[in-house]
Design a protein around this ligand. Structure first.
Ligand code: GDG
Length: 497
């Protein structure tokens, strides 16, 4: 989507359209920065298309079952039709062109995103971005306050909306408010850089339940909240403002049944075989699937592969890599630079090592249909998931679910939340290039029975906690008063040797 499609002046906004909203206030309301659909225009007119990303994949599965209301930004400020999606009621919230720059590209993606991902890129702090972030959060809070039934539940999602819980509580003290952070919550040493750290903590403390992907993030939050605000208590329960706030880990997951059904679909199995033929029937197919983001370690992965080809461990024609890099945040100059760097690395690797009709890396910068993604997962012998930091990483879990026959090997960064559960993966520190090469070698060369045992272990873990379990456990905890026991996830995972 080009920026001109994304941001236009405030003309023909949702206010002009007859969306059903306040006539029937909802028991369950979800607020996320994005709606599950986004509006884009081309020469042939405008259309709503699914938004990419893990949050959408997970919440679509959940909300279509509960017939709830989803409040979010539609990715455009000008649209001429009503979005409808799988039985979910959608309530668009508009943002202006300036807010898109300052709240979305600025504070959300150039301040919070890098800061919360271990400052892989230097986080920028600008007061005008902060003011826009406050204004947009206030708008979301007001829409939620108008939409939720008395005593209902509002579930707020992710780093773009951390101030909403407190704002909403002031408007609607009768509702239960949950907040879930999809990305990591950093250690104090990093979070303390944030000029508005106290305001963000107090914003989150407006919730009754604050959920994180992993235990470490929950502990980081509780510790910093006790240090910088008047909150008292322990890692799991805080007392603040005469209220009890529960904090815990709720690791997100995938719709295992949906993926299993696709894997059993003969058309998708045929497509997986066709993909291998189209790749030239190689012995080894390696795969990467990521939003094109500098946190995902795509370029590092390509460097490791390039060296493995140069050293002769991998052979052009015999071994191939497929990298799907889904377009993301394209109006951000840093993402443009990340894209150019990745494409330069792919070009150099193919130029140096590929043969006519046999590139070593097949690079696709497109959003593919999910069925095609599942066929690719099925076709891949080795999956490379090497983020420098990732809240969870659903791709890793989707790959595991696609291998019901126990084939497939997963190389997984120890800095992805998924590493806490997928202990059967070939674990890697992606900052260590030689280590990454060693682990890819180990994954490719592991004996069949070892690899199958690893896959079986990972499948048990994903099957034991699906996206529905994630939502049920979060909403269940939010609905009940007793002190929750935070989910126990085994954190004694094997680290890279
Ligand atoms: C954030 C956090 C956390 C990818 N390419 C295509 C496509 N996808 C889908 C995958 C998967 C999702 O997008 C990506 O999810 P991830 O979890 O891997 O990554 P983020 O987008 O960064 O998600 C992350 C997640 O939120 C959930 O809490 O796990 O840590 O960063 O579901 O299948 N889907 C389609 N075409 C593609 O080309 N249809």
């Amino acid at each position: 989507m080009t920026q001109s499609h994304t941001v236009q002046d405030h003309v023909g906004s949702s206010a002009d359209l007859d969306f059903e909203t306040n006539d029937a206030r909802q028991e369950v309301v979800v607020i996320a920065n994005r709606l599950p659909l986004r509006y884009s225009t081309s020469d042939v007119g405008g259309e709503w298309t699914p938004s990419p990303g893990g949050l959408v994949s997970a919440l679509t599965a959940v909300l279509s079952e509960s017939n709830g209301l989803w409040i979010g930004w539609p990715g455009a400020t000008e649209y001429d039709s009503e979005p409808t999606y799988d039985g979910i009621r959608l309530q668009p919230v508009d943002i202006t062109a300036e807010e898109y720059e300052e709240y979305y590209l600025g504070f959300s993606n150039a301040t919070l995103w890098p800061l919360y991902h271990d400052a892989i890129r230097y986080p920028e702090f600008h007061r005008s971005w902060w003011h826009a972030y406050q204004a947009v959060n206030e708008r979301f809070a007001k829409v939620a306050a108008d939409s939720v039934a008395p005593g209902g539940i509002v579930w707020v999602h992710d780093y773009q909306l951390q101030l909403v819980p407190r704002m909403l509580r002031r408007l609607r003290p009768d509702v239960r408010i949950g907040f879930f952070l999809h990305i990591p919550f950093p250690a104090a040493e990093l979070f303390m850089q944030m000029p508005w750290r106290k305001e963000i903590l107090e914003g989150l403390l407006g919730a009754d339940l604050i959920g994180f992907q992993v235990h470490t993030a929950a502990v980081n939050f509780s510790r910093i909240a006790r240090r910088l605000t008047s909150a008292k208590g322990n890692a799991a329960v805080l007392e603040y403002d005469d209220r009890e706030i529960r904090v815990g880990a709720f690791p997100i997951s995938v719709d295992s049944a949906q993926i299993s059904a696709k894997v059993d679909d003969p058309a998708i199995r045929e497509r997986a075989s066709a993909i291998r033929s189209e790749l030239g029937d190689p012995e080894l197919v390696m795969l990467g699937v990521d939003r094109l983001d500098y946190t995902k370690g795509i370029r590092q992965r390509i460097r490791a592969l390039s060296e493995l080809y140069s050293e002769g461990f991998l052979i052009p024609g015999r071994d191939v890599m497929v990298q799907i890099a889904v377009p993301s945040r394209e109006s951000d100059a840093h993402y443009d630079v990340a894209r150019r760097n990745i494409e330069q690395s792919v070009g150099e690797t193919n130029g140096d090592l590929g043969l006519v009709g046999k590139p070593v890396i097949h690079y696709i910068h497109q959003n593919l249909p999910f069925d095609e993604l599942v066929a690719l997962y099925l076709a891949a012998d080795v999956m490379l998931v090497t983020p420098f930091r990732d809240g969870m990483n659903l791709v890793a879990k989707e790959y595991v679910m696609a291998h019901s026959d126990m084939t497939g090997r997963l190389v997984l960064s120890e800095f992805a939340g998924a590493a806490m559960e997928l202990t059967g993966a070939f674990m890697v520190n992606p900052h260590d290039l030689d280590g990454l090469k060693d682990v890819i070698r180990a994954a490719v060369s592991a004996p069949e029975n070892t690899a199958r045992a690893r896959m079986a272990r990972m499948r048990r873990s994903v099957l034991g906690r699906t996206v529905y379990d994630w939502a049920d456990s979060f909403l269940g905890a939010l609905r009940t008063d007793p002190v929750i026991a935070p989910l126990t996830v085994d954190e004694s995972r094997p680290l890279t040797p």
